[in-house]
Design a protein around this ligand. Structure first.
Ligand SMILES: Nc1nc(=O)c2c([nH]1)NC[C@@H]1CN(c3ccc(C(=O)N[C@@H](CCC(=O)O)C(=O)O)cc3)C=[N+]21
Length: 282
């Protein structure tokens, strides 16, 4: 049997349609949700994501501006610009594209963003709020994954969930959300001994390692839900997930593709968070 494909692109479109009422209600009060994206340096992959985000926002009638700075920008100048945006009432969300050039302290930069405008949910105060069960903004990628699991009606209570990757932006918040939904969660990392022993127990497997096709079908429990957060661009320019799709789809019960899986969901949850930020100002 071959796995059901979880179509993130389609689900993202459905969620966008359902946001129209909220956007219109804001417009009636003369509020247009606005996001400012800051891009430092000229990483071409980052430029593609930034452009995708901006297009999605403008298509829905939201404001989106992209500020691009050279890699030589000082931390001081960047933080001063963020402070100006913190004080600009037309800006509801501020996103600083990561990774930043090595000379900039990403933690310091993110902590300069007002938590009320931190639509990525990366600020230390928002990370703490999520951890203690009072989230202000849920990080977009794990938030999007939860929406996918919801749309698939995956029973998380009592499920064995395994998250591979323990980053602050995906793995850790993902584990918290799964745990809150009632799953028993294991977080694996690059030092985990016998990774396959863990993955084979997973009813829900979320892979966020940044290592192309490292999870193969033989590591998956038959019928498991497999969520592939990886976006690795091969030398041929093609996108690959962290999961080897061809072998995994023969074993899994349902699986997200790359592209067309988690990526489009991440962008739509950024929309959701920005709209929410604007609604809170009402
Ligand atoms: N502060 C910050 N917040 C982020 O959310 C953030 C970031 N920095 N840095 C980079 C990563 C990466 N990321 C993606 C979002 C959507 C797609 C996406 O839509 N991908 C499409 C394909 C796009 C393509 O073809 O290149 C897909 O998977 O179908 C990919 C990657 C957000 N990130």
């Amino acid at each position: 049997m071959t796995a059901r494909i979880i179509d993130g692109k389609k689900l993202a479109e459905t969620i966008k349609l359902n946001l129209a009422d909220r956007i219109n209600a804001l417009k009636e009060k003369d509020i247009i949700p606005g996001l400012t994206v800051i891009l430092v340096g000229d990483d071409p992959a980052s430029q593609v994501y930034v452009r995708n985000k901006a297009n999605t926002f403008t298509k829905l009638g939201l404001n989106s501006s992209v500020e691009q700075y050279p890699a030589s920008l000082s931390e001081e100048a960047l933080c001063n610009r963020i402070r100006e945006l913190n004080n600009d009432p037309s800006v509801h969300g501020i996103l600083v594209q990561l990774p930043l050039p090595a000379n900039l302290d990403a933690n310091k930069v993110i902590e300069t963003i007002s938590p009320e405008k931190d639509v990525d949910g990366f600020h230390i105060s928002n990370a703490g709020a999520l951890m203690t069960g009072r989230p202000l903004f849920i990080p977009c990628t794990p938030y999007g994954v939860m929406k996918m699991l919801e749309s698939e009606k995956v029973e998380l209570r009592g499920a064995e969930a395994v998250v591979i990757g323990a980053s602050n932006i995906v793995g850790k918040p993902m584990a918290l959300l799964l745990q809150k939904a009632g799953a028993t969660v294991t977080i694996c990392n690059s030092k985990t001994k016998d990774l396959a022993a863990h993955t084979r127990r997973a009813d829900v497997l979320v892979v966020a390692t940044g290592r192309a096709e490292m999870i193969t079908g033989d590591m998956i429990k038959p019928g498991a839900i497999v969520i592939d957060v990886g976006i690795n661009r091969g030398s041929d320019g093609k996108l690959k997930g962290d999961v080897e799709f061809s072998s995994a789809k023969e074993v899994a019960g349902a699986i997200t593709p790359v592209p067309g899986g988690v990526g489009p969901m991440t962008i739509v949850m950024l929309l959701v968070n920005t709209i929410e930020a604007a609604e809170r100002k009402l």
